[in-house]
Write a protein that binds this ligand. Sequence first.
Ligand code: DAH
Length: 330
Amino acid sequence: MDSLEKKILSCKDLKEIEEVRIEVFGKKGVLAVEFAKMKDIPNEEKKEFAKNLNIQKANLQKAYEVKKEELYLKHLEESLKAEAVDVSSFKYKDEAGALHPVYATMDRIIDYFVSLNFEVSEGPLVEDDFHNFQALNLPEYHPARDMQDTFYLKSGLVLRTHTSPVQIRYMQKNKPPFKMISPGTVFRKDMDLTHTPMFHQVEALVVADEGEVSFANLKSILVDFLKHMFGDVDVRFRPSFFPFTEPSAEVDISCIFCKGEGCRVCSHTGWLEVLGSGMVDPNVFKAVEYEGVSGYAFGIGVERFAMLIHKIGDLRSLFEGDIRLLEQFR
Ligand code: DAH
């Protein structure tokens, strides 16, 4: 019996002590076998025998309970340790995000004009016909509206097709002289290599007393800006038409890929069209009840800039959210 107690006390884990429990206290265990011997014992010795055996049984039970408790606590401690989550020791993966190339380009454009004291002003993405078209000298049924494939809402409102309506909103709230830019998202029904239904523009508008702002000012600010964005390029102003400017000019830079020699990107012309500009049309000033002022405006297509700067072939790829493409701009 002493050796049984030792056996219990030397158990190393719960599994072992369970085996010993069955061996000692089980139905066919050592104690059961001992108690079974009672029937062969002479009556006068039975009492003594039983008393002895019960004492031993009690001792073994005590030893078992103490040891079992000890092993249980040990097991608990070990499993708590093993299952613990050390929140301070996660593996850090180098997955820092980055600005989307379109937004990075937009920020560069904004920074440039903010450094020249232009105020940044934003407008709503859902516009009414007056701000998106009419006030910009685009009357209803005017064929020039077809220049922009518009998303119309049932209410008659539109998803703004350009940032130019912010010119109108800004003029309705402010008095000249001022210099403002308006960056933001615009929408058109368009989808090919160089167009997506959602894209971005930065609008600029400068207004001052009549005669204070000229086409020469427009030209100089744009030449400096384009050299800032694209490096040492030639800049060309090409007569064009926009309803909200008169005269209007489309602005080209010498092709940054072939240095003006002529290549596939510039359709062998040596020039890349980068933005639209002009002197604000008097009808636009009339719509906001401005008198005795002159001004210039221009509109920059941010995607066009981003594609040229990063040599991106397919604009649509920028909005597919493919991490392999975006990772390259980290
Ligand atoms: N709003 C024109 C467009 O989306 C771009 C533009 C052209 C803006 C000439 C201007 C401008 O402010 O003067 O096509």
